[in-house]
Design a binder for this molecule. Sequence first.
Ligand code: CTP
Length: 394
Amino acid sequence: MQGHGREVILGVGGGIAAYKSCDLLRRLQDIGFLVTVVPTPSSLNFVGAATWEALSGRAVTTEVFESVEEVRHVSLAKKADFIIIAPATADLIARMAAGRADDLLTNVILAANVPVLIVPAMHPNMWSDQATTANVRVLRERGYHVLDPDVGALTSGDVGQGRFPETAKILQAFSDLAQAKSDYLGRRVLVSAGGTREPIDPIRFIGNQSSGKQGYAVALQALRRGADVVLVSANASLPDIEGVQTIHVKTASEMHDALHREFSQCDVLVMAAAVADARPEQMQDSKIKKASLATINLTENVDILKSLHDVKVKQVVVAFAAETSHDATAAQSKMLAKGADILYLNDVSGGDIFNSETTFGEIFTSAGASYKVAKTTKDTLAQELLDHALHQLG
Ligand code: CTP
């Protein structure tokens, strides 16, 4: 990985591991990144501003009230390509999760819209405390990359998970982030997620088991790789992803309309949503009494992928097929029938795919290739699908 003059903000929290960040700063400079250090005020107890200024060759301030005429938090946020927070203390993590802006670093983090790598280091009890666990979960959900601390001996003499990782490990994580950031730059990715609901009456609907997790994972990974991401989300009870334009829909017809509005501007469509194949012929305005519920007349919904194929110009289209058997021939036929370029087939007969964090199946491409996907996270599958889509985009 080479920095080629890209700007990194190195945020330093008030933990003893702050001194180890001096080495991290040096290694980042070695590989060509330009680094501005923004310590928290308390971290200066461990490593002083003079050290950071000498090592970085740049001015170091900790408060928004210093160099006010530069509006430093905004100017730093604007020029940053990446932020690394190392070490991140429990308090700094809590302040970030709460969206606080009570020193220069937290102001910069809020004002910037770039990938953020967080390297926690703290006593194991603080790391495993429920508050920290919840805060880390919030940060991850918002798209921050939070490394897990190493396990080992700590300054207090205790042993456990909380150690600041070796510089090499941090650089590897940062390299993944930095490289991943760029390959979708300038691309627009449209994703559908969740499951549509077709109303029967004001109370009931025809729905399906889709949680939306796979589509959200694709949206998040595409965002991290630099794409502009539009997510059409049907009834997923997941938090919006900061930086992703999310359009909430309920029915197949609303999803159809939203996707048709967005499709012409996108480079890649990932159709992860489970779309109901049919809807009640008529939605009743009032609750249907059980005596009248013996039959519901259905009418077929439009096949959204097929309808988009008619207006497809250059877009790469990724389809999903959740089946109760692993039939490769049927999957390939479905891909071609829908005009998709890539299809992910997953066998849900075991019942542990929906709402799960993991998935397994097989990826097919219209060029006739196929790739088995052993049990993995939905994020990893998202990365693989984005790799294939990018390859086809050329
Ligand atoms: N899909 C769609 N519009 C529909 C139904 C499905 O665009 N009305 C998309 C899904 O989002 C998915 C792909 O088509 O990406 C395959 O969905 P699937 O339900 O497996 O396909 P169906 O055509 O409904 O086939 P089946 O008869 O197996 O249900």
